[in-house]
Design a protein around this ligand. Structure first.
Ligand code: ADP
Ligand code: MG
Length: 595
């Protein structure tokens, strides 16, 4: 079967085409509205479209990437400023080109403003961005927009000169922005934004640079802000600083949160509300500034209640959809899996051990020492993992197992000792770099971003071109739900399995699993054990498995290392280690071991 007839390619074409159809329909609706809207509403409608573009941008930086940015209208001011400047310079290309240049300029400013986001989070980032908005506001009042002192109006394109025509142009720009955001959200950048919002460590462990994810979010968001500002310059023709105040940026942020602006349709709805609420208040004789209060109250509701307008509407749709399509089920493992997982005899494991130990070491750890204040979490730990082998890392709670994983995957800087992967000293390499070099790890806590689907997540983590059949095969092999399943609806135990599958698809040299079976039933443990045992041969990787369930450890790991109080208590073939009197003593009370 050629690539062209795989179901995967067909579904891609389908997915590619429907947003384009929606976009064409939206432009059609824009044309209709530009013809029939009463004159007074045309201007309001342009404002709504412009606000929608700015909110679309906020949806990326706050909704998808989870950062607080309170200066969206400052980016809009940058766009408006650039358009005004190009206008008085009579720059070639005309309004539409100026608009794009304004978007790019604002995007660059966005990257600069985003730099503090690499170090700051939450309220601190909010304060920095609001401070930037305030500083820009003061500056803007001083320097004014180019041409405004002399009353030089921004020239609209000849085709879109009157308000009705300009409304149509705004709709076309909005639709283009929505399409771009749609495809970005579905691509690597979009996955990166959603991943970084949920867990920076999880993102880095996937080989994705956290900095890139944050800065691209800021850049795209600011560029959309710049385009909205440029359009505003075209709408009012003489832009003033009062259209871009920090207070308005704040209100816009609240509106974005409230409407769930990471969803494109909700961003458009947000734009409509931005104009509609003050307009209604005006009609009811209430001062328009009260719109900020209305947005504030709804925003507080969204932030405290955890659900926003977009989510509420989407949930209604999804519930309907779920009734129509059968809910995604955990694909059961083949019936022989349980049998496979029955504890293997000592001889089989021992033979496997002999064979595997003859491989070159993929990981060498020498003298690894980690100190947390007075506590030595790891004390001179040295070990080797041969290529294609499976090593169990066990030990009582607090023995230092997770600290060991953090240290060798690059999450703990300033540790003593050496970590060597495939003969290369990893030195101070970042977690992202280590992941790209083929050292992958999973987490004891859930780090799987709920906003993605299973398929988008595994592709994001794998960082390789994957055929749909490869993805499906590995997902099925590890008992994961199908690729189209939304991760938000998957239980934590299964999310862990999806995490394992994703990292397996990355084809690493070494994969470290930190308690992969936590959250699974005993039967599922056994089934998982059978699958884990096959991983090295099927995918050419070495495994370190941290696990509490000794049945699982016995059935899967030919060699064991036992940590206790940060020190290696015993290391070697499973049977020897489990018979070691020190190990038995450390596990006193865990009678199971003494069987
Ligand atoms: P395990 O995974 O084997 O249960 P951990 O590696 O999580 O153990 O923890 C080892 C020891 O280090 C524990 O005593 C724990 O309290 C301590 N520890 C872990 N992380 C930190 C940290 N970031 N700061 C201080 N102490 C820590
Ligand atoms: Mg742990």
């Amino acid at each position: 079967m050629s690539r062209a007839d795989t179901p995967f390619t067909q579904s891609r074409t389908f997915r590619l085409s429907w947003p384009v159809i929606v976009a064409i329909a939206a432009v059609g609706v824009g044309m209709l509205l530009s013809g029939v809207l009463p004159g007074y509403f045309v201007f309001l409608a342009i404002s709504a479209v412009i606000a929608a573009i700015a909110i679309l941008g906020l949806g990326i930086v706050t909704g998808s990437a989870g950062m607080i940015a309170l200066c969206q209208l400052t980016f809009a001011a940058v766009g408006a400023w650039i358009v005004s400047l190009l206008n008085i310079m009579h720059a070639p290309g005309g309004f539409i080109l100026w608009l794009i240049v304004g978007g790019i300029g604002a995007g660059l400013v966005g990257i600069i403003v985003g730099l503090p986001a690499l170090r700051l989070r939450g309220v601190n980032l909010a304060v920095v961005t609001l401070g930037f908005a305030a500083a820009a506001d003061v500056t803007l009042v001083q320097i004014q927009f180019p041409g405004s002192a002399d009353g030089i109006a921004v020239e609209r394109p000849a085709m879109f000169a009157n308000d009705r025509q300009f409304f149509l142009l705004s709709v076309i720009v909005l639709v283009a922005c929505c399409l771009i955001v749609y495809f970005l959200q579905r691509g690597r950048w979009g996955s990166g934004w959603k991943a970084v919002a949920f867990s920076e460590r999880g993102t880095a462990a996937s080989g994705q640079s956290v900095q890139t994810a944050k800065l691209t979010a800021f850049a795209v968001s600011a560029a959309l802000g710049g385009i909205s500002g440029g359009l505003l310059a075209g709408q009012v023709q003489l832009p003033f600083a009062s259209s871009f105040t920090p207070l308005q940026s704040l209100a816009l942020y609240v509106l974005a949160i409230m409407s769930g602006a990471h969803l494109i349709d909700m961003a458009v709805l947000g734009g409509v509300l931005w104009v509609l609420v003050p307009e209604l208040l005006k009609r009811w004789g209430v001062p328009q500034d009260w719109a900020f209060v209305v947005f504030g109250v709804l925003g507080v509701q969204a932030l405290t209640g955890g659900s926003n307008l977009g989510q509420v509407i989407r949930n209604l749709i999804w519930r309907r959809a779920d009734r129509r399509t059968p809910a995604a089920e955990l694909t059961p493992l083949p019936p022989d899996a349980d049998q496979d997982a029955a504890p293997v005899t000592t001889t089989t494991v021992a033979t496997a051990h002999q064979v595997l130990l003859s491989g070159e070491p993929v990981l060498q750890v020498q003298g690894l020492t980690v100190q947390f204040g007075a506590l030595k979490a790891l004390d001179d730990v040295s070990l080797e993992v041969p290529a294609g082998s499976i090593m169990g890392l066990i030990g009582p709670n607090g023995a230092g197992k997770s600290t060991f994983v953090d240290a060798i995957s690059g999450f703990l800087l300033g540790h003593g000792g050496r970590v060597v992967l495939d003969g290369h000293d990893l030195g101070a390499a970042s977690p992202t770099r280590r992941a790209r070099l083929g050292l992958r790890r999973t987490f004891q806590q859930d780090r799987v971003p709920p906003l993605l689907t299973v398929g988008a997540y595994v592709r994001f983590v794998a960082r390789r071109r994957l055929a749909a059949s490869d993805v499906e095969e590995v997902l099925r092999f590890l008992g994961c739900p199908p690729a189209r399943t939304r991760l938000a609806g998957v239980d934590v135990g299964t999310r862990r399995l999806v995490e394992v599958a994703a990292h397996v698809l990355a084809r690493p040299r070494l994969l470290i699993l930190d308690e992969p079976a936590a959250g699974l039933s005993h039967e599922e443990h056994l089934a998982l054990g059978a699958r884990l045992r096959e991983l090295p041969q099927r995918f050419g990787l070495a495994l370190i498995i941290i696990e509490h369930d000794l049945d699982l450890v016995r059935s899967v790991c030919p060699s064991l290392t036992v940590l206790d109080f940060g020190r290696v208590l015993a290391s070697g073939p499973q049977t020897e280690v489990l018979a070691n009197p020190d190990v038995v003593k450390a596990y006193m009370g865990e009678t199971e071991l003494l069987k």
